[in-house]
Ligand binder design. Structure first.
Ligand code: THU
Length: 160
């Protein structure tokens, strides 16, 4: 038997089409890219979370001369949130990037490892994390829950 998987996401022509709150969060993600440490890839990623208590938490990618040691902005952010705001739900996470070598004119989406980490956090807090993805300019995607990016995921339910 053949199966097909599909998922829904919203796309917008630019930040100007977003709600005031979403536009603000994406703008913060753009701004925080300056705190990335990315001397090897020159790809500066910013991730910003709007928490259920109204607090805002930021993360950026942090690279290392030993390349695999580097960590993505999304997982830096999740670790920071888990430490500073434990048990507070994440409502939305905006992710943006800047670079001298490539144009930041379209959305990027979290890498596979970050998708797994996002899914774990959704499961842990029993709350979907809404993703707002956009570059410094251009199209924006909104995905209602990070889990949509990881079909057939491996989860804790396998370990019981
Ligand atoms: N990176 C992120 O921080 N988040 C993503 O969603 C994609 C990739 C980082 C990892 C590495 O420091 C650089 O971007 C290039 O891959």
């Amino acid at each position: 038997m053949q199966h097909t998987l599909a998922f829904e996401y919203e796309s917008y022509a630019g930040i100007h089409e977003l709600s005031k709150e979403d536009a603000w969060l994406l703008q913060e993600a753009r701004k925080v890219t300056v705190n990335a440490y990315a001397p090897y890839s020159n790809f500066h990623v910013g991730a910003v979370a709007m928490m259920a208590n109204g607090q805002v938490v930021t993360g950026t990618n942090q690279e290392n001369a030993s390349y695999p040691v580097g960590i993505c902005a999304e997982r830096v952010l999740l670790g920071t949130i888990a430490t500073l705001q434990p048990n507070v739900e994440i409502v939305s996470m905006a992710i943006s990037y800047s670079s001298d070598s490539v144009k930041s004119d379209h959305p990027i989406s979290p890498c596979g490892m970050c998708r797994q980490a996002l899914l774990e956090y959704e499961t842990r807090l029993h709350k979907p994390i809404r993703l707002i993805l956009g570059g410094m300019e251009g199209k924006v995607f909104i995905i209602k829950t990070a889990s949509l990016l990881l079909p057939f995921a491996f989860t804790s339910s396998e370990l019981k």
